[in-house]
Design a binder for this molecule. Structure first.
Ligand SMILES: [Cu+2]
Length: 99
């Protein structure tokens, strides 16, 4: 049977984390090596057999979940919501002064 190693974003996932560690297409014989240089908990699957439970976890050092890179700390929805509240607050204050 052909197998491979594909990193998954979180335990239980059955499809690979696209920018994660990947041994390539499943093959009957392959020499794949990967060196972990920071403590982490590495979850992986064998793609053709992920739904059959062919998955594993490697805990390096103290472990810890390395989240896929965050898109941005400046979430537009959040700051827009704060701005909207500020405007509403200003209008309420202005409205009281006019009365
Ligand atoms: Cu497999």
């Amino acid at each position: 049977m052909a197998h491979n190693v594909a990193q998954i974003a979180m335990e239980g996932d059955t499809s690979r984390y696209m920018s994660g560690v990947y041994s390539g297409e499943s093959m009957k014989s392959v020499d794949f090596r990967y060196t972990f240089d920071v403590d982490q908990t590495f979850n992986y699957i064998c793609e053709p057999h992920a739904t059959s439970g062919m998955a594993g976890q490697i805990v390096v050092g103290e472990g810890s979940i390395v989240e896929p890179e965050e898109e941005s700390n400046n979430t537009p929805g959040f700051s827009a919501g704060i701005a909207a509240l500020a405007v509403i607050g200003a209008l309420m204050i202005a409205g009281r002064r006019l009365r």
